[in-house]
Design a protein around this ligand. Sequence first.
Ligand SMILES: Cc1cc2nc3c(=O)[nH]c(=O)nc-3n(C[C@H](O)[C@H](O)[C@H](O)COP(=O)(O)OP(=O)(O)OC[C@H]3O[C@@H](n4cnc5c(N)ncnc54)[C@H](O)[C@@H]3O)c2cc1C
Length: 433
Amino acid sequence: MTADLIKPQAVVCLLRDTLRLADNPALVAAAREAQRLQALLIPLTCLQPNRWAAEQFGFARAGPAWQRFRMESLLALKADLEQQGSTLWTAEETLSQALQRVSASVEVCCVVTDLPLATEERLENAGLVSNGYRVIALESAELFDEAQLPFALSDLPSTFSKFRKAVEKKHTLSPAAPLAVPRLSALHKQPWPDPLEYLAQSGAQALQTVSHLRGGREAGLAYWQGYLESAALSHYKETRNAFEGLYQSSYLSPWLSHGCLSAREIWADVLAYEAQHGANDSTYWLRFELLWREFFHWYSRVSDATLFRKSGPEAREVAGDRGEKRLQRWVAGATGCDIVDASMRELVATGWMSNRARQLVASHLIYESGLDWRLGAAFFEAHLVDYDVASNWGNWAYIAGVGPDPRGGRVFNLEQQAARYDPEGVYQRRWLS
Ligand SMILES: Cc1cc2nc3c(=O)[nH]c(=O)nc-3n(C[C@H](O)[C@H](O)[C@H](O)COP(=O)(O)OP(=O)(O)OC[C@H]3O[C@@H](n4cnc5c(N)ncnc54)[C@H](O)[C@@H]3O)c2cc1C
């Protein structure tokens, strides 16, 4: 064999939904593995056709708001990696094709990535293993490692309340301290044209944005710093149900979903805030909400493919069809129910909708429009800037009564809700006029 045919060894760190250098367990493990093997470390991300260019139930899987936030986050990540002497390699094909492309210039000895969150990622990781890759998968998006949970995953509590109580009862259980940025080895630019460069110029320009929602870690940290300084956290519990308004709820979900910020960092900052400014129901409540996210992440893993079937993880037969006209009215914000129509128009125009509004439009789709809940979940997937597979499909299944709800579904009184949370009708007028 001639010297120029000997390829350098490389550890690939596959960055899926953890787009940051700090508190990134997979990146830390990949850097350590690369050092141990004296191999290159290649941070790789894939703009996979099954996500970026596919449809489900007739809706795009990655809509403009999500794509834009993702692009901003990837470009910011690339810049952060370059500051460390490394860079980000980006491929537009499936993961296995991307790895073949990478293998043209290096010998991939290991792939390190996040613990799969849902079926697609699980199958993808399984495919890597069957193609002969050594795969290391680590919890990167959660507060707790599986080993820390006070129960075996097969015994995951059936409801959020039981989950939360089990977690809170174990006093020794707290999220590990966020990890520092690891030392990264030098890496040259990817040996094929970078799709980020031309994608950054195109797409999603027509979308109105919620002005403070900009992708990337720096933007997320700056926003979060402003939130903490405003002391909004001390009143969070009273304001978080509002339909709109800066700092009414935390607005952290886009940065958490794209992995620009980690839940453990937010948790640690809330504890530090409590130590400095005092703890109250509101400061606790943000951590309570992060536990909802945590619950849905583990619930998604346990449910696997059942999360996406109509009868859901709980295997309950529910009504709901695919009536095209009713669906179009819901999608267009033309149901005749003002709070639903205003919320749907906001979602389509901006990619954002408050938690309260998400519950109300879901209730309408399922119980008033009589549609299959998965149409709503797919539409949200196409439009939410903060789309997260576990939180989205888990919440939809919950409201539809096929998920982890002890009451077997949630039907909201829409008029009462609108009167309570938008008493002057300001939010509704903004989007209906
Ligand atoms: C039908 C439906 C679909 C949803 N789809 C998504 C989704 O795709 N991505 C997503 O991140 N959230 C989703 N949620 C949960 C929730 O609505 C959003 O996380 C929240 O509105 C984001 O705003 P915020 O960051 O200001 O949240 P806050 O109310 O300030 O909460 C703080 C954080 O806690 C977490 N959180 C709060 N409520 C929930 C919840 N019910 N489930 C899971 N995590 C929660 C989020 O990470 C959030 O950023 C959905 C809820 C419903 C009812």
